[in-house]
Design a protein around this ligand. Structure first.
Ligand code: ADE
Length: 436
């Protein structure tokens, strides 16, 4: 990795003095800026927060390392954090989600230090994380817990300097809770994913829409009439299943949790084991957060032409090493982002190397939902800057007042006005005497 123009992160952008960075191509910056501005139109809550941050500078003096998907929506978040006075360095939280033009614009147009290239290999990915950690942050902002894990495993001396962090996604929160249970977590982290204004919209509608978008962009398949198997019926799985149903697919859900399985059934899906689903499905999407959900015994049963995609954070849900072993030398790329594995004469296709299909084959969640997720991130960052000294190490929910404020601002931006309760209704809700 060559670090170009290694000026101090956060220094002013200019032709001659760019912040430290490693991005694919700075000449893409103008296009990136146009796209960032397009996303911003759908992010009114974050814009309001940015305007306030510009005036109040609640993050002044704070060094912040963010490991997030480098998208136009994230660009608007890091602009907000910078407006609040933070010195921000951004690295990618997934090698295939980086939008190179966004990365270029952040460096050249907005003066933000970025380490991210689309298609980075593992070595480069971790070099970029280390470059972000080199800023010696006071705060981390993670999506999937890779930065937190790196710091806890390899850069422990920094734990005394970091006073707090935030985490964006379900998988990251599960890891943080495992760390906390092992008494291994070195500082307080707010689980942004747990905010209602995050997972009810981002995980459900964002993942739902962008996953279908990713599958369609990669394959151009007609969804109507297909058998779609969705593994996992958390908020993401619920969204994915509902969007595929909405496009006319028959959906079967695979679950290990009794209540979620029942919910899936009553939402109108079939429910079956992955063993049975293997020979039924045309399209398989995993969103479980667990490893090897689809394995060799399932690949062997699949029909010719099936599509497999993953929407969980890590690329371990489809057992690709197992599939590679089965297919031997009968593996080829048949279309951008589509690799065909021939197993027993049948052609099985995997999208985007089993990595997040919605960010690898499409552009991730639409800006309108990321507006709420990233408003929670920005406000959680502000909260931690003020309150970190009072918070012992551990995993925290987003304070309820932030969650409600994000909903209020979003509704206001959409010009939606709610009814106030009448005095009689307030009184009724506080009473217990009324019966039939
Ligand atoms: N996660 C899912 N979609 C995203 C997006 N558009 N930007 C950043 N992170 C995301």
């Amino acid at each position: 990795m060559t670090i170009q123009n290694p000026a101090a992160p956060g220094s002013a952008a200019g032709a001659s003095k760019l912040p430290a960075h490693d991005v694919a191509d700075l000449s893409l910056a103008a296009e990136g800026k146009r796209r960032i501005e397009w996303a911003e139109r759908e992010m009114p809550v974050l814009r309001l927060i940015r305007e306030r941050f510009e005036r109040e500078k609640p993050l002044a003096g704070l060094r912040l390392a963010a490991c997030l998907h480098v998208t136009t929506e994230t660009a608007n978040l890091v602009r907000t954090l910078k407006a609040g006075g933070a010195e921000v360095v951004l690295c990618a939280s997934n090698p295939l989600s980086t939008q190179d033009e966004t990365a270029a614009a952040l460096v050249a147009e907005y003066g933000i230090s970025v380490f991210a290239r689309h298609g980075a290999d593992r070595d480069m990915y971790y070099k970029h994380l280390n470059a972000a950690a080199d800023v010696r942050p006071h705060m981390t902002m993670d999506d999937g817990c890779d930065l937190v894990t790196l710091i806890h495993q390899e850069r422990r001396d920094q734990l005394t300097e970091i006073f707090a962090g935030t985490e964006e996604t379900t998988t990251g929160v599960i890891r943080l809770k495992a760390m906390a249970a092992d008494d291994a977590l070195g500082y307080p982290v707010i689980a942004v994913n747990e905010a209602l204004t995050k997972h009810l919209f981002d995980n459900r509608y964002g993942t739902g829409q962008s996953t279908v978008d990713g599958v369609i962009r990669a394959t151009n398949l007609l969804i109507a009439g297909r058998h779609v198997v969705v593994a996992g019926y958390g908020w993401c799985g619920k969204g994915i299943a509902s969007r595929f149903r909405g496009m006319g697919a028959q959906v079967a859900v695979v679950e290990v949790d009794q209540v979620r399985a029942l919910e899936a059934l009553m939402d109108g899906n079939l429910v079956m084991t992955i063993g049975d689903a293997a020979s039924w499905g045309d399209i398989f999407v995993t969103a479980t957060g667990d490893i090897h959900v689809i394995r060799p015994e399932h690949f062997r049963k699949m029909r010719d032409g099936v599509i497999m995609a993953n929407s969980g954070h890590f690329d371990c849900e489809i057992d690709l090493p197992g599939l590679t072993e089965l297919a031997g030398d009968k593996i080829r790329e048949v279309r951008e982002n589509v690799v065909e594995y021939t197993v027993g004469g049948k052609r099985l296709h995997v999208l985007a190397e089993g990595r997040l299909v919605n960010l690898s084959c499409a552009a991730g969640h639409p800006a309108s939902v990321m507006d709420m997720s990233f408003a929670n991130q920005a406000l959680a960052g502000e909260y931690l800057a003020q309150k970190h000294a009072e918070l012992p190490k551990g995993v925290y929910d987003v304070p309820q007042e932030i969650d409600v404020e994000v909903a209020r601002l979003k509704l206001a931006a959409l010009d939606i006005v709610l009814d106030p309760l009448t005095p009689e209704q307030v009184k009724y809700l506080a009473s217990w005497q009324h019966g039939t």
